[in-house]
Ligand binder design. Structure first.
Ligand code: FAD
Length: 415
């Protein structure tokens, strides 16, 4: 296209996936890579749970985007606003157009605060908090510290898909642990309203987590969807999502309301030829290659693959994307290297966690199979709070790929 700048590899989004893919391609000697990324701040979102629970400083969760873009990779500070894959062209929010040989789409997903009436206005004050918001995550900790005997806490889990399937419940357990340490656990009500009919999508971990929730006295309400907040009355309005009362609404009073918001594909993806019917970038679930455009790949939260949307999934998807782009450049066929791996470290108390690792079909695949994956351990807490952040900043985002293989032959211990 006349006048449009061209790059051999164009990456849309400089989050966990975009930086990892760029660094890995660069490490393998690939030239002429550009990343389109509008934001100057890059967050390590998995630590938001720890910030909300008062065990991690927000300052440790972010770095400047420019400091993470690998040397020799161009950063284009703009948003991709239109995709024209038939002409290998991306239009930017600035009006400029870029062309490419290979396109990697990793814009992440959209947090739909507006889908819950009154949420955007209520967030960040009078007890309404969310670990999903970098702007308001520290307010979760303010809310927890302010809890006193007689208070009612309400936590929500939105309809799938949403990023990090464990995040909405991790903060439930960490709040309870704080109340226990302060000697007021039995004086504060903890209620967890979950859209799904189960506490977690993988049955093995769901059994363990349901038991933990029961032991901690969490009142769980399945198939309840947060639809509105009446901030004046301090009431959360839920719509019942299944059973005899489907469609009915109930009003639940709160002193602290932790919201995990509904989530969806970004509008510019949804309205593009790249999207599937649900709006996600339509790729093969094993090769990460677009099903209609062979020179386009997607990974991370925006990809249509039915894995749990996590940074851990990105860590295993990125080498597949990188290898497949290099294969196409050599004229080889793509390979099917991604098995749906995701990992979710569920913090069940300060100093305790369960690391849920699994692949497509909900098969449990621990990296350390000698340890029963259903057990709460200090080691798993250390992995979540110390090892994984280090791995993210110094290894994954630097384009290093080797990691011990998760064990696909693992046999789940009997319930
Ligand atoms: C509270 C919370 C807890 C979590 N806990 C865990 C956990 O314990 N373990 C785990 O593995 N994962 C966890 N995650 C999920 C993890 O952070 C995401 O899955 C991961 O960041 C996905 O990477 P991504 O690159 O797809 O998206 P992101 O990292 O969100 O990056 C997307 C990037 O694309 C950019 N972008 C958006 N639109 C455009 C556009 N049109 N043009 C150009 N750029 C664009 C954005 O600015 C952003 O920088 C958690 C997330 C949250 C919020």
């Amino acid at each position: 296209m006349a006048g449009a700048a061209h790059h051999k590899i164009l990456i849309v989004g400089g989050g966990a996936a975009g930086i990892t893919v760029a660094a890995s391609l660069k490490r393998r000697g690939t030239a002429d890579i550009a990343i389109i990324e509008p934001n100057d701040t890059h967050y390590y979102q998995p630590a938001f749970t720890l910030v909300g629970a008062g065990v991690y400083d927000l300052a440790r969760t972010h770095r400047s985007t420019d400091s993470l873009v690998p040397p020799g990779v161009a950063r284009i500070k703009a948003k991709a606003s239109k995709f024209d894959p038939s002409n290998n062209t991306v239009e930017l929010s600035t009006g400029d157009k870029l062309t490419y040989d290979y396109l990697v789409v990793c814009t992440g997903l959209k947090l739909d605060w507006a889908k819950v009436d009154g949420l955007a206005e209520a967030l960040g004050h009078d007890g309404v908090c969310s670990n999903y918001s970098s702007e308001h995550v520290t307010y979760t900790w303010d809310c927890i510290k302010a809890l006193k005997p007689g208070d009612k806490t309400v936590f929500t889990q939105p309809p799938l898909p949403f990023k990090c399937p464990g995040a909405p419940q991790k903060i439930v357990y960490l709040t309870i642990d704080n109340l226990r340490r302060r000697g007021i656990r039995d004086k504060v009500d903890v209620a967890y309203y979950v859209h799904a009919p189960v506490i977690f999508g993988v049955p093995f971990f769901a059994r363990h987590l349901a038991k933990i929730a029961e032991d901690r006295g969490v009142r769980i309400f399945y198939q309840h969807n947060l639809v509105a907040i009446d901030a004046k009355a301090k009431a959360a309005i839920f719509e019942i999502a299944g059973g005899d009362k489907q469609g009915q609404r109930i009003s639940v009073p709160y002193d602290m309301l932790h919201v995990s918001p509904p989530q969806s594909p970004p509008e510019e993806i949804k309205s593009s030829p790249l999207a599937n019917a649900a709006g996600w970038v339509e790729v093969n679930q094993n090769s990460m290659q677009h099903v209609r455009y062979a020179n386009i790949f997607s990974l991370g939260d925006v990809a249509s693959t039915p894995n749990s949307k996590t940074a851990a999934a990105v860590r295993k998807q990125s080498p597949v994307v990188v290898r497949n782009i290099l294969r196409l450049m050599r004229g080889d066929a793509v390979e099917s290297g991604y098995d749906g791996y995701a990992s979710c470290p569920l913090t069940t108390a300060h100093g305790k966690a369960i690391i849920a690792e699994f692949i497509y079909g909900g098969k449990v695949t621990p990296t350390l199979p000698v340890l029963d994956p259903g057990k709460q351990r200090w080691l798993s807490w250390w992995i979540k709070t110390s090892f994984l952040p280090m791995l993210y900043w110094n290894y994954m985002l630097k384009g290093y790929e080797w990691f011990p293989k998760h064990n696909t032959a693992f046999k789940e211990p009997a319930a």
